[in-house]
Design a protein around this ligand. Structure first.
Ligand code: C2E
Ligand code: CA
Ligand code: CA
Ligand code: CA
Length: 274
């Protein structure tokens, strides 16, 4: 609130206090919530722009909180990272997502998000591979997405982890590409297989500047043999512009909102039957 006039300071606004209490409450609920299976995978379709064919789904986590209803990952992921619950949370979601994806037609991919913090855990590849083994989902159909803007810290450790995942057949995608500050260095040195063009470029694709950025990402990706997915495609004009630029894959409300496992399975079966 703006109740503080010139020369006055308002450090303890009531709403700030409430936000802090809220966060503390969510931290406490999170531990129990993981055990109780309150964190569930939602899935959003990824499609080929040219053929309209379904390519796979991205897993987007949701917290079905017993009293608050659905809590957004933008709220609970940062808390999980701060309080050291991100690992437990990630394996719970990965394992649930793989179990669901096992039921899909065999050519579809499953993309999962991992926190850059997890790239400091040298056991990560083994843990992911063990989860694949336990659930029977093949490594070749798994794509791990890592957000560019937050890729910092121990570069060598991250490279070793990504190399062993890749050697096991898992693909690695650089998420939100174009929003970070050292994307090109990451692309080269961490040997990504895929990039995802951030929604902000797609949103304003009618401007010459954004089309030029998307065109150069596509050119670069072709040279580096990276598969490109455009994010946040909401209308047919954006889809047509992306296709004209030669973008192979897209994701967004135009093709489907994130939905629960059952709706993803129905979507997959209907797409296959077409
Ligand atoms: P992201 O990986 O960039 O995921 C894309 C976000 O854009 C999702 O938000 C999705 O619901 C939303 N979206 C998809 N299509 C459209 C569209 O056409 N228009 C608009 N305006 N938005 C669209 P969501 O599900 O709230 O997830 C937010 C972020 O939380 C994700 O961004 C990802 O970074 C993170 N996240 C989600 N699940 C997980 C998880 O299991 N683990 C980790 N570490 N992070 C996760
Ligand atoms: Ca993502
Ligand atoms: Ca993204
Ligand atoms: Ca994002």
């Amino acid at each position: 609130s703006m109740r503080s006039g010139p020369g006055k300071f308002a450090f303890f606004e009531p709403e700030m206090d409430a936000a802090m209490n809220d966060r503390a409450a969510l931290e406490i609920d999170m531990r129990a919530g993981i055990q109780r299976g309150e964190f569930i995978p939602y899935f959003q379709p990824i499609v080929s722009l040219r053929s309209g064919k379904l390519h796979g789904f991205e897993c987007l986590a949701r917290w079905r909180h017993p009293t608050r209803g659905f809590v957004s990952p933008d709220v609970f992921i940062p808390i999980a990272e701060d309080v050291g619950l991100i690992q437990d949370l990630s394996y719970a979601i990965l394992s649930a997502a793989c179990r669901e994806a096992r039921e899909w037609p065999a050519e579809l991919t499953l993309s999962v998000n991992i926190s850059p913090l997890q790239l400091t855990d040298s056991w990560l590849p083994e843990r992911i591979l063990r989860t694949l083994c336990e659930t029977g989902f093949p490594a070749q159909r798994l794509i791990v997405e890592i957000t560019e803007s937050r890729l910092v810290g121990d570069f060598e450790a991250a490279r070793a982890i990504l190399t062993s995942l890749r050697n096991a057949g898992v693909q690695i995608a650089l998420d939100d590409f174009g929003t970070g500050y050292s994307g090109l260095k990451h692309l080269r040195e961490l040997q990504f297989n895929r990039v995802k063009i951030d929604r902000s470029f797609v949103e304003n694709i009618e401007t010459q500047e954004n089309r030029a950025i998307i065109a150069s990402i596509l050119r670069l990706s072709e040279g580096l043999k990276l598969t490109v997915t455009a994010e946040g495609v909401e209308d047919a004009r954006q889809a047509a512009a992306l296709e004209a630029l030669g973008c192979p894959l897209a994701q967004g409300y135009l093709f489907g909102r994130p939905g629960d496992a059952r709706s993803a399975l129905e979507h997959a079966r209907a797409a296959l039957a077409r």
